[in-house]
Design a protein around this ligand. Structure first.
Ligand SMILES: NC(=O)c1ccc[n+]([C@@H]2O[C@H](COP(=O)([O-])OP(=O)(O)OC[C@H]3O[C@@H](n4cnc5c(N)ncnc54)[C@H](OP(=O)(O)O)[C@@H]3O)[C@@H](O)[C@H]2O)c1
Length: 245
């Protein structure tokens, strides 16, 4: 995958991993960062060349329609869609209440929104000489974490969907489908579970995505994700127990 002269849409690009991806790929590419908070987007884009902002909530169908139209009018098209925005609740299946509403919110942001964005942009991506979709899942997408149970479910669903999307689009399109699987990363997102102290820098995740683009590596198992992945397939119960201890 070429890493220059693309037009890239990054959901959740106003902070954390999304912002580091924007930094790593600008100014050699045109980057559009999307989020719900205008001030956050403006602060993120300040000082970055070739980074543009559009305020939108990816769980809102009307916002996605407006986002698509604004991109068509202002930029013509995109050729890379990065589904990065996410939502998570730290909770416990045995002791907490209203698991349903947490799961619903997480699936709406982490699973249904990437599918809706893909639906919307797929015809545009098909028209490009080279295009990509990147879905940001997680280490817990294949080894579920007990403190993030329904978030793990949503990322497992996204992992499964991403594999099938890659398989189908490889048949007769130019669209490459990447899955970025970070371990614990030091962002606001993971502060409640010790990410600020124990997580890897978000810039490491961004750099691994750039390398994966350069080498066409489609499942990007960042840092400890690679180790856990290998352990999991060598001994699934052992890996599950170790991860959750
Ligand atoms: N941090 C970790 O340890 C870790 C580990 C594995 C995977 N991940 C995944 O990495 C991705 C990025 O997470 P991060 O750690 O970089 O978190 P972050 O710094 O909190 O960034 C998430 C961004 O998504 C935006 N966002 C959230 N909901 C949105 C919505 N409905 N519409 C539009 N934008 C929305 C947020 O901005 P607004 O609130 O302004 O909308 C925020 O800028 C997520 O998919 C997460 O699941 C994170």
């Amino acid at each position: 995958m070429n890493t220059t002269n693309n037009t890239i849409l990054i959901t959740g690009g106003g902070s954390g991993i999304g912002l580091e991806i924007a930094k790593a790929l600008s100014p050699a590419n045109k980057i559009i960062i999307v989020g719900r908070t205008k001030e956050k987007l403006d602060a993120a884009a300040k000082g970055l060349e070739n980074v543009f902002t559009i305020q939108a909530d990816i769980t809102d169908a009307a916002d996605i329609d407006r986002l698509y139209e604004e991109i068509k009018t202002t930029f013509g098209s995109i050729n890379i869609l990065i589904n990065n925005a996410g939502s998570a609740f730290v909770h416990n299946l045995a002791n907490d209440e209203d698991i349903y509403s947490k799961a619903f919110t997480e699936f709406t942001t982490n699973y249904f929104a990437p599918i809706r964005l893909t639906d919307k942009f797929l015809p545009m991506l098909k028209q490009q000489n080279e295009a990509a979709i990147v879905n940001v899942s997680s280490i817990v997408g294949f080894v579920p974490g007990s403190h993030l149970p329904t978030y793990s479910d949503s990322k497992a669903a996204l992992h499964s969907h991403t594999r099938l999307l890659r398989y189908e689009l490889a048949k007769n399109t130019n669209i490459k489908v990447f899955e970025l699987m970070p371990p614990l990363v030091a962002t606001d997102f993971s502060a409640e579970i010790g990410g600020k102290e124990n997580g890897i820098p978000a810039s490491d995740v961004a750099n691994d995505l750039v390398k994966a683009f350069q080498n066409d590596i489609y499942e990007v198992r960042v840092g400890n994700t690679g180790l856990l992945y290998d352990n999991f397939f060598a001994a699934t119960e052992g890996a599950f127990a170790t991860f959750n201890s």
